[in-house]
Every structure is written in C-alpha cells, then in structure tokens.
Design a protein around this ligand. Structure first.
Ligand SMILES: Cc1cc2nc3c(=O)[nH]c(=O)nc-3n(C[C@H](O)[C@H](O)[C@H](O)COP(=O)(O)O)c2cc1C
Length: 204
C-alpha cells in the first residue's frame, strides 16, 4: 500500500512527532510505501488565495502534487495536537487548499437542486491520532468532541474515506514517560491492525 502520513506540529521533540515516527516505522515494517509530509518542516502556506479559490483547478503545482498524492493514496494517517478544540491552522489550510473538488470529491449528483458531494479518495482506510492536555473526563464533560465529526463527516465523509479510525490521547501535560511509551506502543498496534503487512490483510 502507498500511505500518506501528514503531521502538523512545530516541535521536533513533541509527542506528536514521536507518534508520527512510530506510525511511519510500523508502516515501513509492514512493507508499505510512505509519503511523509511534516507541514511545519515544509513551511506549508495554509492561506487559500482568492485566485485559487475561484479556480476550478489547481493553480499552484505544489498544491496539485499534494492533491494527486492524497487522491491516489491507499491509506492516510493524520497526526496533530488539538488546539482550541480543533486542528492547527496549518493543517486546516492544507485541507482548504488540497482537498479540492475534482480531486478528492465531486458534485456529481443533484438532490432538489443542491449538489451532493461524491467522494473520490482511493483510500478507504484513514487513521487519525490526536493529543490534548485536558484529561478525558473533563474533556467529555466540558467540550465534547466536535473534531470527531469534522474529520469523520465533514472531511473524510465527504471525500469517500469510509473506514476512519481516530484515537485521542488525553492529559498529555500530566503524562509520564511510561504512559507515553504505552501510547506509542498503542499507535504501533493500531497501525498493524489497520495497515497490516501484505498477506496478513483481511478483505478491504
Ligand atoms: C494554540 C494551542 C491551543 C491549544 N488548545 C488546546 C485545547 O483546546 N484543548 C486541550 O486539551 N489542549 C490544548 N492545547 C494543548 C495541546 O493540545 C497539547 O500541548 C498537545 O496536545 C501536547 O502534545 P505535544 O507534546 O505533542 O505538543 C493547546 C495548545 C496550543 C499551543
């Protein structure tokens, strides 16, 4: 499988980087090809310019390249911290600019005069790993998890990724080394289950 891994975190020594590293190592161990995008390291420009927004096609060849990669990937892994209940701006901008109609979805059907998006992603399997400082119980009680719906419905639901796995690691700021090691082992287990080695896979 060809799996695109996207990371949005500015700090190389963060838990998010460790999660991405572990996911990539596990994917390689399972024989998959990995295309890795560390959006901060790539200095990705998240601002969708007017001419690009108005165009029915990609304007910038770099953005077209991101689009082609994501449209043709067999699997996608996204790693990011939760910031203000959502995703970092750099990642939101990456979706704004890369997840374009005609590339990852199309309005092919019309229901009552309104276009219904039809997903074009080849990838059926998508894994999302998130971190936040709020402990689980407090997070559930105070905020809920609107990001779950955004990833599963607004983004990948629209674009055709049906099998979306998401894991949020809570209470990062209070966590100790042992717990972080267990989280990274969990990442590896999820990757092995979701993107097994060829011959180990169940019917897609
Ligand atoms: C701009 C910003 C916004 C944040 N918003 C939240 C938040 O809404 N909820 C929360 O629990 N933690 C929030 N945090 C804390 C991060 O989620 C936390 O630092 C990160 O998940 C820890 O992982 P790391 O070690 O990889 O950075 C925020 C941090 C920053 C810098």
């Amino acid at each position: 499988m060809r799996v695109v891994v996207v990371l949005a975190h500015p700090n190389r020594s963060s838990l998010n980087h460790a999660i991405a590293d572990r996911a990539i190592t596990s994917l390689h161990q399972n024989g998959h090809d990995v295309i890795f995008h560390d959006l901060y390291a790539e200095n990705f420009d998240p601002i969708l310019p007017a001419n690009e927004m108005m165009s029915g096609d990609f304007v910038d060849p770099q953005i077209r390249n991101y689009g082609d990669e994501i449209a043709n990937a067999d699997g996608i892994v996204v790693v990011h911290p939760i910031w203000w209940g959502g995703m970092p701006a750099i990642l939101k901008g990456w979706i704004d600019r890369v997840f374009r109609p005609g590339c990852v979805y199309a309005f092919e059907e019309v229901e009552g005069g309104i276009g219904v998006p039809v997903g074009m992603l080849k990838a059926r399997k998508i894994a999302i790993f998130n971190t936040e400082n709020t402990p689980l119980e407090m997070s559930e009680e105070m905020y809920g998890d609107p990001l779950d719906s955004i990833w599963k419905k607004n983004v990948f639901g629209v674009c055709g990724g049906r099998d979306v796995f998401r894991r949020v690691f809570h209470g990062v700021i209070m966590s100790e080394d042992l717990e972080r090691k267990a989280w990274l082992a969990e990442v590896e287990d999820h990757i092995n289950e979701f993107f097994p080695a060829a011959g180990m896979s169940q019917a897609a």
